[in-house]
Design a protein around this ligand. Structure first.
Ligand code: RB5
Length: 148
């Protein structure tokens, strides 16, 4: 189950991603927004990311105008590693190397065609582990207030 979320700036891209996930048989839960009316991205990020950290969803795909604000909010949720991506390489390697569990996209940055490619590679790429696990553990240590 994938958690989806967007503000008004990412609403249309989220809808395009939903259509793609429907076509490819990927289950999702839509945490809004449900129209182009203005809404604050942090509230959406919080709801969708809590579904990930609570175990209801495996990963989140979040959209705002740039992808940046919603990624900043997402990364404040303990246990979330959100990556704002607009290229294929980054969407792939943030899974391989960072074990990212939230992909953030800019509805005013990427078109729907590229976005669904980014979503597919993000959802279908496994974390490599190994030396990268140590680095991800260090991110968690910072999150827990530990000195490195
Ligand atoms: C909303 O206008 C816009 O600021 C928001 O979608 C996002 O781009 C923020 O980072």
């Amino acid at each position: 189950m994938i958690a989806l979320g967007a503000d008004h700036g990412g609403f249309e891209l989220k809808e395009a991603i939903k259509k793609h996930l429907d076509e490819t048989g990927v289950e999702y839960k839509d945490f809004g927004t449900y129209s182009t009316d203005s809404i604050d991205y942090a509230k959406i990020a919080y709801k969708a990311c809590k579904a990930v950290t609570d175990g209801e969803c495996e990963k989140a795909v979040l959209c705002c105008g740039t992808g940046i604000g919603i990624s900043m909010a997402a990364n404040k949720v303990k246990g979330i590693r959100a990556a704002c991506c607009s290229d294929y390489f980054s969407a792939k390697y943030t899974r391989l190397h960072n074990d990212a569990n939230a992909l953030c996209l800019g509805g005013r940055v990427v078109g729907a065609g590229l976005a669904v490619e980014l979503v597919d590679v993000f959802l279908n790429t496994e974390f490599e582990g190994g030396r990268h696990q140590r680095r991800v553990d260090q991110i968690s240590a910072i999150e827990n207030g530990e000195a490195l």
